[in-house]
Every structure is written in C-alpha cells, then in structure tokens.
Design a binder for this molecule. Structure first.
Ligand SMILES: Nc1ncnc2c1ncn2[C@@H]1O[C@H](COP(=O)(O)OP(=O)(O)OP(=O)(O)O)[C@@H](O)[C@H]1O
Ligand SMILES: [Mg+2]
Length: 441
C-alpha cells in the first residue's frame, strides 16, 4: 500500500446526479490494493455473504461468497427460498445449478430434477449416488402418474383429477369444459374401482361410462360418452401415441425418498416440446406425491431448461401450486431461463398464463443474472429492478460470473468449480478440438 504526496481532486455529486465542477476538495492521493480498499471502504462493496454452501468469490472484493436459501430465509435476508437463474447459452447456468445441488447434498439436503431434457444431470446424480429415471420411447421404465402418493381416497381422487385435466388441456390445447370435467370425474371414479388405476383405465371409462352413475348424475351413459369424447382422444396420446409406454401402466420404479438426488432424464424425448411438457406434467404429479411424504427434509427442485416448458399453461399452473407449497415442505425451487423474454412464449402481457409465469418469477427472492444480450437489457433491468451500473454490467459478464440479487443487495460472483466438478459438469466436450479427433460413429 502506498500513500502519494500529490493531491487529488474529488468532485461532488449534486442531488440531481450531476458533477458540480465548482466544488472541489483537495485530499492526498491514496493507493491501496482492492482487497485493502474493500476493508477500508466497506460501503463500496456489499457485505460478504459467508454462510451457506460455497459458491465462489465476490468479483469486486475477492471475498468468498456462499449461498443457502434455507439459512438466508431463516435469517430474514430472503422472503422466500426460490431462485431465478437467467443467462445466455453456455454461460455456466447449469454448472452453477449443479454445484449448488451437489454442495447442498453435502449439508444434508436432497435434490430433485423433475425434467432433464438434455440428459446432462444423470452423470451428476450417478456421481453422488442418486437415482436416474430414464423415460422415453422404447425405454422400459414406466411411471404411473395416477400413483397419487399418500392421503385419503378423496384427496387422492382430487389430485388425480387435477392431473388428468392438466394432461387433457395440454394435448387439446384448450381448457377443459364443465361437462368434460363431469365426464372425467365419473370416469376416474369408475377407474378407481381397481386398486391401481392407470390412464388406459380412465380412457376406457371415458369411452364406456357407467350407466347407473350417469343416471344418478341426471344424465345418461350415451351423453356422458359424448361429453368425454375429446378427452378420451386427448389422453389416448399417452396410451397409443408418441408417449405410449411411459405413463400408461403401473410404475416400474418407486421414488426412493432417501436418495440424495433424483433425476428424471427426458433426453430420449428429443426436441418435441409437447412430449416434454406432458412428461413433465406426469412427473410433477409423481414428484408431488414424494414431496408430500412426511420427513422429506429440505430439498432443491431444479427446473433446468425451464424456458422449454414455460409455454404450457397447465404445467405452469401446477408449478404455481407447488411453488405455494414450497415453504410448507421445505422446498427451494430453482428456475433456469435464458432471458426474461422467455416469458413471452407463455402468453400476451396481461393474460392469465402470463400473470402466473410472472408470479413465479416474483416469487423468486434470489435472482442470479448471467450474461444477457444487449437487446434484453432494458426488459431485464425493468423486471428485476436493476440499477444502471448493474444493467451495464450484464453484457460484459464472463462465463461463470453472475450478478446475484438477494433482497435489495447485489453481488458480482465468480462461481468457482472443483476440478472433479469440471469433469462431471462439462457440457462443452463436443465443442473442443480433442472431441473432433474422435472418429464419428
Ligand atoms: N465457473 C465456471 N468455471 C469453469 N468452467 C465453467 C464454469 N461455468 C461453466 N463452465 C463450463 O462451461 C460449459 C458450459 O456451461 P453450462 O452447460 O453450465 O452452460 P449453460 O449456461 O447451462 O448453457 P445452456 O444455456 O446451453 O444450457 C461447461 O462445460 C462448464 O463446465
Ligand atoms: Mg444448461
């Protein structure tokens, strides 16, 4: 540290934010390292966040930066445990989510990834002794979304009905009408006569309603079958269509609630967003059953590549319901997007779907923003309440570095990865020269 003999000029800032050239204060120049200055001028940098799991270093002060939504919620720093993570392609969003997941497991938390469209989480789950459920055409694993977890018969019926309506809304691309709800309710009741109802049982009951139940409800089996015709066609996609063999029979796998990480690998579904949405809707029901199980402890639910499923209104409605349960069940949700304009895919401004999606973002007390393209800056800054300096920072952020906003405070954090994490979390292998040397198979 050196102190210079020269003097320097400090110009004052007026109330309107302009420099006032007339007001000058002559003080001796002082030179110090940024680490010292962070101590000497603590008001220049946010206070170090040093409780929770290690994330990396504060890019401005070099101080370590830690994060744990449960600890920060308990201390009053956060009003909810959910996290939004946004950034352009390849900046390290998934790597950060994986580090948070793996390092949290070391502190006794568990992690669920209810949909991994790229298949990049399986290797992480395997590395921590977790469970990978692979779903896709031709694979042998089946999940019965009507496995409605614990609770009495009425509660299970309600959960199943919600799920079936959400699935039908997704395939039909419209809301389920009141008469259709009646038909679905009756069909599910009929299917529940078997011990473990499945979607084919419900489709069958929609096509062949019970005459006596229909008459008791003031209708007839013929009218009820007519009411349920579209639903039967919509749900049949899960039985005979491109999703056949995944959700149309008894589950072949029971969710191991004690596993440190459970990943639903949906990479075999390819780029079909509809199939992905239906699979995630089914998975969300399966997951909810697990979440409601008592004694589950504190858990991360990570929606990597969430932008791909946000356009599904029934799915975001389910996410909203689950978001609301977060605190009651000790859950922290992590939502990964590219940019906030991903929300435009949900619906027009002011539409109900858009309001739900905006509500999900509003319910993320922690916002981590990785690099954004310049055309996104104004919208990002407005949506997240960023100041001009924060906004100017976003297009220049290097890979692995993000702006963290918790409550009204912000940090620029470089995510530091362990060499073993670098190997397991690598998603760039195909882009490197060494990969090009491999013969094509
Ligand atoms: N902090 C970091 N230090 C070193 N390498 C990193 C860091 N963050 C990410 N990487 C590497 O950069 C590559 C891309 O990271 P990642 O897959 O996490 O990006 P992404 O933002 O999730 O991309 P996409 O939008 O395509 O999903 C990976 O190989 C990862 O290991
Ligand atoms: Mg990613």
């Amino acid at each position: 540290m050196t102190t210079q003999a020269k003097t320097t000029t400090v110009r004052f800032v007026t109330g309107r934010g302009h420099f006032a050239p007339g007001l000058r204060l002559r003080v001796p120049a002082h030179r110090a390292s940024s680490a010292t200055l962070a101590g000497a001028y603590p008001f220049l940098a946010a206070q170090a966040l040093d409780t929770g799991v290690y994330v990396g270093t504060d890019a401005l002060t070099g101080a370590l930066f830690c994060f744990d939504p449960w600890t920060h919620y308990a201390s009053g720093l956060l009003t909810n445990p959910n996290v939004l993570l946004a950034g352009v392609i390849g900046q390290g969003k998934s790597a950060l989510a994986k580090s948070l997941a793996v390092r949290s497991i070391a502190t006794g938390r568990r992690v669920y990834v209810p949909g991994d469209p790229k298949g990049e989480w399986a290797v992480v789950a395997e590395a921590v002794g977790g469970v990978v459920v692979r779903l896709g055409p031709g694979l042998t694993t089946r999940l019965n979304p009507l496995d409605a977890g614990t609770g009495d018969a009425a509660a299970r019926h309600g959960l199943r009905l919600h799920l079936l309506a959400a699935l039908a809304e997704t395939t039909l691309r419209r809301d389920v009408r009141a008469v259709e709800h009646g038909a679905l309710d009756a069909a599910l009741t009929l299917a529940e006569a078997t011990l473990d109802p499945t979607i084919p049982d419900v489709v069958d009951a929609l096509i062949h309603p019970d005459e006596r139940a229909a008459v008791a409800d003031g209708t007839s089996a013929r009218v009820r079958a007519e009411d349920g015709r579209d639903l039967a066609h919509g749900l049949r996609r899960l039985v005979r269509g491109d999703l056949a063999g995944m959700f149309d029979g008894p589950s072949t796998q029971v969710l191991d609630a004690s596993a440190p990480m459970v990943v639903l690998d949906l990479s075999a579904l390819g780029s079909d967003d509809d199939a992905l949405t239906l699979a995630m809707t089914c998975a969300s029901a399966w997951l909810e059953g697990a979440l409601r199980a008592p004694g589950g402890g504190q858990r991360w639910i990570i929606y990597d590549e969430a932008w791909r499923v946000l356009r599904s209104v029934p799915l975001i409605r389910r996410m909203q319901a689950q978001w609301k349960l977060s605190r009651a069940y000790g859950i922290a949700n992590l939502l990964v997007l590219h940019r906030l304009s991903d929300l435009d895919a949900v619906g027009n401004a002011g539409s109900q779907a858009r309001m739900i999606a905006e509500g999900l973002l509003a319910d993320c007390s922690t916002r981590v923003i990785y690099r954004q393209e310049s055309d996104q800056l104004a919208a990002t800054a407005a949506a997240l309440g960023l100041g001009q300096t924060e906004r100017d920072l976003l297009p220049a952020l290097p890979r692995g570095t993000g702006l963290w906003k918790l409550a009204n405070r912000s940090w620029v954090v470089h995510h530091r990865m362990h060499p073993e994490e670098l190997t397991v979390f690598d998603t760039d292998a195909a882009m490197r020269d060494d990969a090009r040397q491999q013969p094509l198979r």
